[in-house]
Write a protein that binds this ligand. Structure first.
Ligand code: KG4
Ligand code: ZN
Length: 338
């Protein structure tokens, strides 16, 4: 087993979708640098991520981004103890760029390579500042591709409680934003414009609210489209605020219910949608009301970044040791659950 300790410096690399990112994190706690080069402008005119454009951009951007992460961390090449990269889930061409670069750097520097699950990385973004985490905790992971509710019983030990039966929460934000003409990516645009609207203006459905721990957002998206068609006078801020209220209501209610059911000591929020202002506020309020510890990543570490990859890599290196260099990218990787 590779020895890792509080001084182990991990270079993280993230290229699973449209952010090219590198970061240096010490002991899964202290972020020395976190560089994210967003490709949003390249994809915006297509209304979503174009895989071929994304992988080509990663090829161009990755090494400069890694170099910048090392410089900002104040390290030379020989200051890195391990290299972690996202191996999945994600776009295969994009993943391969990061995985290949990480393996090459690990070989050249003669340090371990460790493959990281992108979903686990989102969780570890919320655990960077939690050295004494009391378990179990309930984890709500809400991103563009996933909506998962889990109980974390130990590091790397997750029990799946529920997930989405159709669209992911972030996907619903993106699709509704596109329909409202707010552009891509939709989540931040809805977050902004909702601040000017009335969240009680339209009573959108809260799907599956009392039905276990699964989620459904596709009916809500259709309800928004139908409402806008029937009520052209409805203002975009009111529609955005009412939609956001419905999503957040369901997410927080289900997380609280799950926490009660598993006797959780705390709740962790992760994934791009965790950057949402209303969700953050309601999640924190719920934790205070229910006497639960709240783990929330800083906004910058909610959307895709490499600090979370380095932190998750540190834990995986400690528990499983290095990943063999013949391991490949796994576009459909799921989170290993109990
Ligand atoms: O985790 P992430 O960066 O990428 C994936 O792994 O999918 O999540 C991206 C998703 C997008 O759907 C984006 O619209 C959403 O997170 N998002 C937000 C906000 N910022 C990003 N959704 C709601 N409010 C936000 N402020
Ligand atoms: Zn992500």
């Amino acid at each position: 087993m590779t020895t890792v300790d509080g001084d182990t410096r991990v270079l993280g690399i993230e290229t699973s979708c449209d952010e090219t990112a590198a970061a240096v994190v010490v002991g899964a706690r202290s972020v020395l640098s976190s560089v994210v080069s967003s490709q949003v402008d390249l994809h915006a005119r297509y209304g979503g991520v174009v895989p071929e454009i994304a992988s080509r951009a990663h090829v161009e951007l990755l090494m400069p981004v890694v170099a910048q992460a090392l410089v900002e961390a104040g390290l030379e090449d020989d200051g890195i103890d391990a290299v972690a990269a996202t191996v999945g889930p994600g776009l295969v061409g994009s993943l391969l760029v990061g995985v290949s670069a990480a393996k090459a750097l690990a070989l050249v520097w003669d340090v371990p390579f460790v493959g990281v699950n992108h979903l686990e990385a989102h969780l570890y973004a919320s655990l960077l500042d939690e050295p004494d985490l009391e378990l179990p905790v309930v984890v709500l992971l809400v991103s563009g591709g996933h909506t998962l509710l889990m109980a974390m019983e130990g590091h790397g030990r997750y029990r799946l409680l529920g997930g989405t039966v159709d669209d992911a929460a972030g996907e619903a934000f993106d699709k509704v934003a596109r329909h409202l003409g707010l552009g891509y990516p939709g989540g931040p645009a809805i977050d902004r414009i909702a601040m000017e609207g009335d969240p009680t203006a339209i009573a959108f459905p809260r799907a599956m609210l009392d039905q276990g721990h699964d989620f459904s957002f596709s009916g809500l998206k259709t309800a928004v489209v139908n409402h806008v068609r029937k009520h052209p006078e409805a203002t975009t801020p009111d529609v955005a605020a009412s939609f956001q209220e419905a999503v957040v209501d369901v997410l927080v209610a289900k997380a609280r219910h799950a926490a009660r059911q598993v006797g959780a000591k705390g709740m962790c929020l992760g994934g791009g949608v965790a950057a949402n202002s209303l969700l953050r506020e309601r999640f924190l309020d719920a934790c205070v009301l229910d006497g639960l510890h709240a783990c929330l990543p800083t906004r910058a570490l909610c959307t895709d970044n490499a600090a979370m990859v380095a932190a998750a890599g540190w834990w995986r290196l400690a528990s499983d040791g290095p990943t063999p260099l013949d391991a490949g990218a796994e576009p459909n990787l799921s989170l290993p659950t109990l």
